[in-house]
Design a protein. Structure first.
Lengths: 180, 180, 180, 180
DNA sequence: CATGAATGAGGATTCATTCAT
DNA sequence: GATGAATGAATCCTCATTCAT
């Protein structure tokens, strides 16, 4: 069917490579095109908007996040599942600077992105439910609020040093526990 | 000192008023000038860069922060001092969208800003030291890291609902305690 | 003659259908191609330029115009022949937004278009000659000038309401009569 | 009051000159800027949109049209008033290629333009009323329809020769008379 | 000092046309 | 012959900053 032409695939890959080389958050499509050695129009053909490109960049990261979320949902040890998932999610968000925007955006251009986000949320919700029951998470924290907290921690790490990641994650994990 | 001319002072005030009316973070100096009923040049004379204007906008907020920091340093109840200071700092940062940038910037244009930041840090450092001794804060958290955490929480509130503020603050306060 | 392949004919028809769906005057060949479910290249193969496509769209209208012109030339009642021909021509030009350009263009891409235009002009010239003799048309109005007047009336109707058509046609018919 | 700076006035004049040099109807503001020897921003400062520039170009012509309309309204000989006004209006529209768009546009950027258009219409309406009473104009033709007819005649002259102007005007004047 | 006109690089976006597949 | 990806000039418009008045 939709036989993706070899040259188109190569262009797409080049664009994604060029985009990855820039600080996400300020993607100038003209610059991306120049650095990819392609015409501007080609970039627009593949990604009609900046958000579409950001999403495409995030797809690979999202795929890994889906894996992690599934693994966490299936992991018998709730505490470990929670810590691992949040830790990995944080690490991925720090690696992929556009991921936060994709996760927070209410509108996804790609159906696959939407599907992955839904699956991630669903899997994490089940982890979260178990964690609440195990008194590892305050019952008054919603999944969305925890997502926002992770984004907050991501921000805290970004304005500081990468080495703060584990420490800040620990702070968060301790902070979301119910009061004793 | 330098006797500031009355009209110059009025211009300054008008500029600050106009700037406050806009969402910090996208200050268009032309727009500010127009809304202040002044020429662009006048704005540039008073504030040679966007950051200078952001700083000036932050001065008032910083003054309140100095007060709060002093009060916290003098407050005998360490726990209350810590919670109050962090809570108020968070509230101020949420009110004044440019404050985070000013607090994090290594270079201040105004000496008074530099001085206030130093005083705030010094006062909070003393609170923090007491809090560490009272086992209210992990000993491995530096003052800068805590500042970054507050900025992270600010971000978390911004991407969510204002009502999350107290909850997220509680999470942070609980999170920075030493493990039991 | 040249045996036209069935699929080529189908492509051609699809392109024409898609083009007819758009407001003539801004034919974006890419859009036409997409709506026709064909590649842009195919469109260019059939119609090497926008004008070629406009002409092709006009062919059907021109065929009807040829009929009308012949009928007018053969019609015994000169007054009726003139009024009918000009009225129908105006109606056709209003229907087919690209017709005016084709009629006015000195260069035709298709020989058939050139032939039809010649026949239309010849037939109308004979009507006109009779009309001049019957004192229905000023002798100082050339066939080209009358064509331009019809285009002017077309324009007048376009910038106003479709309902103005008959009224404006009447104005024109009255206006081209010799002074009394 | 609004003391217009000499340099600004010069820029404005240069822009208008450059714009007049181009075929109205496709004004590229960048080109106008280059030919005026000015920055693009300057052009945008003076004329925020193409229509604003078209209007400004038309102002002078409109002023002359106001004069003509007033003179016609005051002219005792109705027939001459009508013929002169329509003839001059046609001549002005042919001179100033943007005038038609300004006259037909429902939204004017400049209040002065709006005012002039209103005055022209009012003056012409009075001429028209007299002309209707003198049996020089069909009673079923509205002022707007006559305006459209003039635009149509303008178009007819444009696609043909300038020398056709008087002839086509005569056709129109004869055409709008009531049938005998 | 104040003014605001002028600058022009920068960024987004479109579309007619070509050409490798 | 059909395809549609690629091209990139062209266009629009904005805004931080300078400088003549």
């Amino acid at each position: 069917m939709a036989q993706i032409r070899a040259d188109a695939a190569r262009s797409r890959a080049r664009i994604l490579d060029a985009a990855r080389a820039r600080p996400s958050g300020d993607l100038r499509l003209n610059d991306v095109a120049r650095e990819a050695g392609l015409g501007v129009g080609t970039v627009y053909r593949h990604f009609p908007s900046v958000h579409a490109l950001t999403e495409a960049l995030a797809v690979e990261t999202l795929e890994r996040m889906v894996m992690i979320a599934r693994a966490a949902a299936e992991h018998p040890d709730t505490e470990s599942a929670l810590a691992t998932f949040l830790g990995e999610a944080l690490a991925l968000q720090l690696q992929d600077g556009g991921l936060q925007a994709v996760l927070l955006s209410p509108d996804d251009e790609e159906q696959s992105v939407r599907d992955m986000k839904i699956e991630i949320f669903a899997a994490f919700e089940s982890v979260l439910q178990r964690a609440r029951e195990a008194k590892l998470v305050r019952p008054d924290l919603s999944i969305v609020q925890i997502e926002h907290l992770v984004c907050g921690i991501e921000h805290a790490v970004r304005i500081g040093e990468p080495e703060d990641r584990q420490l800040f994650l620990d702070v968060m994990l301790a902070g979301i526990r119910p009061a004793v």
